[in-house]
Design a protein around this ligand. Structure first.
Ligand SMILES: [Zn+2]
Length: 301
């Protein structure tokens, strides 16, 4: 890593991943702490701890990806489904605390930026990003520009009157309610009882367990329902799937998802439709957050 470097921070529902990021998207040292969810103050202290673990004089800026609806003009988190963060800009707070420029973006929007610049979306003008983790995040690149508004793709309805969504969301049958890592936890519990997890679901599917494979394929079909509708809305033909659960379960999700998405999407969107795993893997959000930091450093936001 040469030249400028920034600290990118990917704030997730269960962990905060911070890392040194270079202008070319390379990741150096990283530092991970659990996400404090008992209060907003605790959460901000956790972010400070994650940054402090890496901060040195050579760090030029900070960039954050947060699982919130973020006001693109002010960086203020207007609301969050799975963490206690509302009415504050983490970039303003942490930038002031460390005395460097700082920027903030929705976490999945940051992941989309990372994959577009240096990952699976290099060279395309249109892509959709879905991150399947604690929740389901969404990011959109259209016409060669990152969409910086509210793209809560995880809260689109895919099952009318379906299972309740989670956290602060009042909806039902949202993509997040049926295709997130938490939804996979519930599918595992449905098969094997309380305490069973998405990790076990994926592990048993890899071992050839037909019930586990079937449960993941069902999640894949519902993911495909959502993707088909998104293709009809945006016309993008590249869908990049990231997030811990999305990447781990990719071999079982993508086939059924593509089959259903092609059924639902109109021509010409369905032709050439590709669903691919995030090339940066679970670092997509971190790398994207780094680019958000560079944008702040360069005065672009
Ligand atoms: Zn929802």
């Amino acid at each position: 890593m040469s030249g400028d470097r920034v600290i990118g921070v990917d704030l997730g529902g269960t962990k905060i991943l911070a890392g040194l990021v270079g202008r070319d998207g390379t990741v150096g040292e990283t530092h991970e702490v659990p996400t404090p969810t008992e209060s907003q103050d605790a959460l901000l202290a956790g972010l400070e701890k994650a940054v402090a673990g890496l901060f040195s004089d050579g760090v030029a800026a900070l960039g954050f990806g947060v699982p919130s609806v973020v006001d693109p003009a002010t960086g203020v988190s207007l609301g969050s489904i799975n963490i206690p963060l509302e009415g504050v800009s983490v970039a303003a707070v942490l930038g002031e605390r460390f005395g460097v420029p700082a920027g903030v973006e929705n976490d999945a929007t940051a992941a989309a930026l990372g994959e577009w610049r240096v990952g699976a979306g290099r060279g395309v003008d249109d892509l959709l990003m879905l991150t399947l983790g604690t929740g389901v995040g969404g990011g959109v690149v259209l016409g060669g520009r990152l969409f910086r508004g509210w793209a809560e793709l995880g809260h689109m309805v895919v099952v009318a009157d379906g299972p309740p969504c989670q956290g602060a969301c009042s909806g039902r049958g949202h993509l997040e309610a049926v295709a997130s890592g938490n939804a996979a936890d519930r599918a595992a519990e449905g098969l094997w009882g309380p305490g069973a997890t998405a990790e076990q679901l994926v592990e048993r599917a890899r071992g050839g367990d037909a019930e586990a494979v079937g449960a993941l394929e069902q999640i894949g079909r519902l993911l495909g329902v959502g993707i088909g509708s998104l293709v009809n809305v945006f016309g993008a033909r590249l869908v990049v799937v990231g997030g811990g659960f999305g990447i781990a379960a990719a071999p079982f999700l993508f086939g059924p998802a593509l089959e259903v998405a092609r059924r639902e999407a109109l021509a010409p969107g369905r032709e050439g439709l590709r669903i691919v795993a995030a090339e940066l893997g679970e670092d997509a959000g971190l790398v994207g957050a780094g680019f958000v930091g560079f944008a702040a450093l360069d005065g672009e936001r």
